[in-house]
Structures are given as C-alpha cells and as structure tokens.
Design a protein around this ligand. Structure first.
Ligand SMILES: Cc1ncc(COP(=O)(O)O)c(C=O)c1O
Length: 438
C-alpha cells in the first residue's frame, strides 16, 4: 500500500504528477521545497475559499439571517484575511495584534467581533476608536472599563455578552471553554447580574449573547444543549429586563478530520442541528429569531494548509522505534505536543513508494516531547526526503515560537500553479532584533 490513500486529507484537487511528486494548487511541492527551503507552510486558495462558501451555504440555506465570522486566531495573515473578506465572512479578533493585521488587510471594521478574557484598556480603547462592529464582553472588569471609556470617548458600542452555558463539549481539557470551571465568560451563577450591569451602561448597546464551548468538537449535541440553555436565559432576560435578543453567537469549535481513521461530521450536520434547535426553541419561547453568528476558525483553514519539511537524521533503535527527524517540529506546530493531535504525512517527493513499517516523526527542538507524529506507517525514508503533513493550516503558524532561536517558517499561497510568498522566513536579524545590548 502506498501513501496515496492519504491524498484526500490534503487540499482539494491535490494530485500526484508523473515524477511521483505531490502537487498542491497546481504546484509541485518538491520543487517549492527546493526553491523556498523548508520548513515551509503552503495554503491552497481554492480549499480556503471552498470552506468559507460551504459554511455560508450550509447555514444560510437553513436560517434567515446569518453572519459567518472567521476566528482569526486559527491564522491571521493579511492576504488570507483579504480572501476571507472576499468570501463575505466577518472576523473574530482577540488582541490589538490581530486587530492591526485586520486593519492592514482593510477588513471592514463593522464586521469585526472583538473577543478576549482579559482585554487591556489599551486594546478596548483601540477597538472603540476603530469602531469595531461588536465587542464580546467577557467579564465584569471589562464592563467597568468599557463604561468609563465609552463615556470618555462619547461613543455607543454594540456588545454581546459571553455566557458560560455549563456544557461539556467532550474535547481536550485545554480546548474546553464552556463548562462552569472555565476562565472564559461570565460565570454561570452571575449571568443575570452581567445582563443587569451591562444594561445600566449608557455607552453600551447589548445586542445579544455569545457562547463558545470549545474546539475540535465531534458531536452536535453540546451545541444543541448550549443553544437551549442560552435561549431559555434570553427569554428570562426579556421578561425581567425587556432585553430583546437580536443576535445569538454560537461560537466555533467544529471538528476537522486530521487522520484517516477519525472522520469528522460535515458542516451540514452541525448547521442542521444548530439552526433547527434555535428555530424550535424560539418558537416555544415566543422569541423572535435572532441573527445567528457562527465563528469557525479551524475548519476554515485546517485542510488548506500543509507543512513541508526535509528529512535529516534517521535514528533506528532496534526493536524499539525508528525516529525520522525533520527540520521543523514543535516550534512551528506545537499542536501534537500540546493537545496530542494526531496527523498524517507523506513523502512529497516519492508519493508512490510502498510503505515499509512504522516510524515516529520528530522535530529538531530540544524537547523529548517534540514529536510530530508517533507510529505512522511510512516507506523507507532517507535524508533529503520531503515530508508533507496534511491538515496543518490551523493554529500552527499563530502558535509557532522561536524556541532554540529557530526561525519561524515562510508561508506560500498556492493557486493555479502559482506560488505567492505571503509571509517570509525569519532571519538571524529577526532573532536578535528585540535584544538590547545594554
Ligand atoms: C471565542 C472563540 N470563537 C471561535 C473560536 C474558533 O474555534 P475553532 O477554531 O475550533 O473553530 C475560538 C477558539 O478558541 C474562540 O475562542
């Protein structure tokens, strides 16, 4: 069996050419590795656009008023944000840095939702001055700051209040955010106080409620439970405070397929469950249908992205394990080390080679935990082979680091046989730029 069975995990229309090389977006990955060096990240434009369209179609055909917003934490890059905007999506940002990237991309400010559990005064002031569409208020401290700032600046700001629905999304504990014991959102027992406090602030216009229960969620059930709980609360708040729920933001978190043995439900499955639950509950609670906001991050960029490395040292430990070391690792993709994410790889320069046994792909960072893929079936691999890991587009570059003073990798956008450099490789100068020789 060759590695071709893993091809469907790569961006749409990925192929193998006559030389047995992996081809993405019409570009020969082996040639790109030679031209731009490795480690290297590739994004396929068509796959990214297709994901944006799939989200819009699946939700908009089922529900009257929808805004899909891309959670830019999955990867904010000026060029990628332009594509997302062209596809009609809004944007979720969580910092002044992400806001600056959005500004540089000329992202329409009114389509931006500003998130974060500990936004600084400076960040909130920047958001207010730039007139972002919505601030998603996380806590009482933030309400206090916003009260003062909106008065000082003489502005009125639309806000959503982030609720903790108290639902377990059955995902990794690091990516679970909707249960009672979470640093995010107003605590469950104080949610009514949050509404009362927000409504008292003249500079704020409370347009709705938000929840985000976690990431890499494989079942629609936690969304259904959260929608029910938040809408029941909304009905209660209408009765007590005359608060009309104009918008309901159900967050992101949709699972993606990283490996052949763990398929994820389609976007349609999540869309059907979320929208039908909102419609049913609103009918029963006599609520007007709110505008629905959905915040996918991972699903938009994961499959579009591919990480490309060159194989270096190969260490065979008889009857124990063979380590294949590549020229990147946890510095450019920390997800396998941090969340135990499982991934699949191929040799981009020898796609038709037959599998020869299990190996472990490790990086070059000084940590034993710097493992990209444990126990994967691969062909006999030699130094110089080009190893490509599928589904690498989400959270890898934004969570990348300069540990061991290695460079962060460059990024190419691929389409119709053309490769555009959209982020350059760091240099030695970048590495020492912030040190002050005092
Ligand atoms: C508030 C919020 N919305 C959306 C997302 C996107 O989640 P995902 O990338 O899993 O879709 C996150 C991710 O942590 C988040 O914190």
């Amino acid at each position: 069996m060759s590695m071709l069975k893993r091809l469907p995990l790569f961006p749409i229309n990925s192929a193998v050419n006559d030389q047995g090389h992996l081809v993405i977006g019409g570009c020969d990955v082996t040639e790109l590795a030679a031209e731009f060096g490795t480690p290297l990240y590739l994004y396929d434009e068509n796959t990214l656009r297709a994901k944006c369209r799939e989200f819009r179609t699946e939700f908009e055909t089922r529900y009257p008023s929808v805004q899909i917003i891309y959670a830019g934490k999955a990867y904010s890059n000026v060029v990628l944000l332009r594509l997302v905007q062209e596809e009609g999506l809004g944007l979720d940002v969580v910092s002044e840095g992400e806001l600056a990237i959005a500004k540089k991309a000329k992202f329409p400010m009114d389509k931006i939702y500003f998130h974060g559990n500990n936004k600084s005064v400076r960040e909130l002031e920047m958001a207010l001055r730039l007139h972002v569409g919505h601030i998603v208020v996380d806590n009482f401290h933030e309400l206090e700051i916003l009260g003062k700032l909106t008065q000082e600046l003489g502005v009125k700001q639309d806000v959503l209040l982030r609720m903790t629905p108290g639902v377990d999304p059955h995902t990794h504990r690091y990516t679970s955010t909707g249960s009672l014991d979470s640093k995010f959102g107003f605590p469950l027992p104080l949610k009514e106080q949050a509404v009362a406090a927000a409504l008292k602030i003249k500079g704020l216009n409370v347009t709705g409620l938000h929840f985000h229960i976690g990431s890499l969620i494989f079942e629609p059930e936690p969304y259904v439970k959260s929608v029910k709980s938040v809408l029941k609360f909304a009905a209660d708040m209408r009765k007590k405070y005359s608060l009309e729920l104009q918008e309901l933001d159900t967050g992101g978190g949709f699972a993606v397929q990283y490996t052949l043995d763990q398929p994820a439900p389609s976007i349609a499955v999540f869309a059907e469950q979320i929208t039908s639950t909102i419609k049913k509950e609103c009918r029963e609670l006599s609520l007007k249908l709110p505008k629905l906001i959905v915040e996918p991050g991972r699903e938009i960029v994961a499959q579009a992205g591919v990480a490309v490395y060159t194989v270096g040292t190969i260490k065979e430990i008889q009857e124990v394990r063979t380590y294949i070391a590549v020229d990147g690792g946890m510095g450019d993709n920390v997800c396998p080390a941090m969340y135990g994410e499982k991934m699949e790889a191929v040799l981009a320069n020898r796609m038709r080679a037959r599998q020869a046994g299990k190996v472990t792909v490790c990086g070059k960072f000084c940590e034993s935990g710097d493992i990209l893929i444990r126990d994967i079936e691969m062909p006999k691999t030699v130094p110089g082979d080009i190893l490509a890991i599928a589904v690498s587009g989400a959270y890898s570059i934004p969570e990348s680091m300069n540990y061991n003073a290695f460079f962060k990798p460059p990024v190419l956008l691929l389409n119709e046989g053309k490769a555009k450099l959209i982020r350059r490789r760091e240099t030695l100068e970048d590495i020492i730029r912030c040190d002050i020789d005092a």
